[in-house]
Design a protein around this ligand. Structure first.
Ligand code: FMN
Length: 200
């Protein structure tokens, strides 16, 4: 039995295309792994605050010297790190907003990229500590950017996931979703084909 952690990062609580992709993925996953535990986190309904001076200050204050306020700030990040550590499979629902990932997903990343917990610095450079996990990125886009320089999401997510040790990452794209009904249907059907082809 595995633990699957799903992070949905659309700003929409209802009708989000990226969430529809993660639901499609999960329907397939449940068929193959009915006993797996699935934990879902939705950035629209459970927003995580952006990193600020107080939070970073709390992260870098030694545990036994943290104020009560700093303990609270660190506790939120620690809980997110723990949730990720306990997962075997990470599923990210990722809309493209203004050529990047949603700022809410960036906030989550900023809370789970913690020196000493999810990566560490060595004399050979940084080392990711979350080894042996598999990640799926389900990307929803209004336009068509896969394989172009404008698709900064793919390179960024590969880099930051590798930084914390997650190197086995598979991307599924639904593109052209804001380019008319035909393109919308085609974008989703291409994503379905990619999902069907996954060895899950
Ligand atoms: C604020 C905003 C910015 C967007 N920026 C882009 C963009 O840069 N490139 C693109 O292809 N689509 C863009 N879109 C369209 C979304 O990627 C598309 O609607 C996608 O389905 C959003 O996923 P969601 O339905 O899960 O929120 C944008 C949409 C919004 C609301």
């Amino acid at each position: 039995m595995s633990n699957v952690l799903v992070i949905n990062s659309s700003l929409r609580r209802e009708g989000a295309n990226s969430t529809a992709l993660t639901e499609n993925f999960l329907a397939r996953w449940r068929q193959h792994h009915p006993d797996d535990q699935i934990q879902q986190r939705d950035m629209a309904s459970q927003p995580i605050p952006h990193l600020d001076e107080a939070m970073v200050g709390a992260f870098f204050t030694p545990e036994d010297q943290r104020s009560v306020e700093q303990q609270t700030l660190v506790a939120r990040s620690d809980a997110l790190v723990q949730e990720l550590k306990e997962s075997d499979v990470l599923v990210l629902g990722v809309p493209m907003y203004n050529f990047g990932i949603p700022s809410t997903l960036k906030a989550w990343i900023d809370h789970i990229a913690r020196a000493g917990l999810t990566f560490r610095y060595t004399e050979q450079g940084p080392e990711g500590l979350l080894k042996g996990k598999k990640a799926y990125v389900l990307a929803a886009r209004g336009g068509q950017y896969q394989g172009t320089a404008a698709d900064t999401q793919t390179a960024y997510l590969k880099d930051v996931l590798a930084f914390i040790g997650i190197t086995d990452v598979q991307f599924i794209y639904a593109e052209g979703l804001n380019m008319g009904d035909d393109q919308f249907a085609r974008g989703f059907s291409r994503a379905e084909q990619q999902l069907d082809a996954l060895a899950i």
